[in-house]
Design a binder for this molecule. Structure first.
Ligand SMILES: [Zn+2]
Ligand SMILES: [Zn+2]
Length: 238
């Protein structure tokens, strides 16, 4: 399953999985940076040399099929429903393949979900995009890994109900007693070292900044990352 499918995702994704082996897609919300590559992916399913592929489920907020169709053109794309079955998300609990998924609305200008995935007793929580909301520490409670957006650094005049700062994400991680906090969605002009500093003032667990290609072994989430050998925290006492 792919969770969120923003611009630029489909290229590097092919380093890790055969595109036709993807069996489900889950979208947190319909902002372009979280969904537009789903249209490119639909082309792969329709025109692969292996032939038209059977539809797979796409779970997303209300309006997902229309939103993805508009990427094709203003008239939409009726062919999309041959490539995907669209399932509208609702807050609560659902099963996707082997995963138990708890989902809740978070605080963003469009309908957006945060997720808590559990499998074999291990849990990873993901915020989607969100401003401050009590839904986040709820989803992250006791999670082995808490993948949080941290688009903002601390500063004056931050727009409300949009994104978290790295420190706010860390406060939630601390309250949730998450084992490991991974910050993602940093804006490209933010210094990741400052994001790390601001977060480390509020969270004493393992802390790192998401990197392209990072692999987290949930069975061993508090140890070194598979593949990279990176520890989750640069500090020697991590
Ligand atoms: Zn967004
Ligand atoms: Zn975003």
């Amino acid at each position: 399953m792919v969770v969120d499918f923003g611009n630029g995702a489909i290229g590097p994704l092919q380093r890790y999985v055969d595109l036709l082996e993807i069996d489900a897609v889950l979208l947190s919300h319909l902002h372009a940076d979280h969904c537009v590559d789903l249209y490119s992916y639909s082309i792969a399913r329709a025109f692969s040399p292996a032939g038209q592929q059977p539809p797979i489920p796409v779970y997303g907020p209300a309006g997902t099929a229309q939103r993805i169709g508009l990427i094709h053109g203003i008239a939409g794309d009726e062919e999309l429903t041959k490539r995907f079955t669209f399932e509208t998300l609702e807050p609560g609990r659902m099963i996707i393949g082997p995963l138990e998924v708890h989902l809740a609305h978070v605080n963003h200008p469009v309908e957006t979900f945060g997720f808590r995935f559990t499998h074999s007793g291990r849990t990873i929580a993901y915020t989607g995009d969100t401003g401050l909301t009590e839904a986040v520490p709820g989803l992250a409670a006791g999670a082995d890994v808490f993948l949080s957006e941290a688009a903002f650094l601390e500063g004056p005049d931050l727009p409300p109900d949009m994104h978290l700062t790295a420190r706010e994400a860390a406060v939630y991680a601390n309250r949730a007693d998450a084992g490991r906090l991974i910050l993602t969605h940093l804006r490209p002009w933010n210094d990741p070292d400052i994001a790390r500093q601001e977060a480390s003032s509020a969270f004493g667990g393992i802390l790192d900044i998401a990197t392209a290609g990072q692999v987290i072994d949930l069975g061993n989430a508090l140890a070194l990352d598979a593949g990279t050998g990176r520890a989750g925290n640069d500090s020697p006492d991590a």
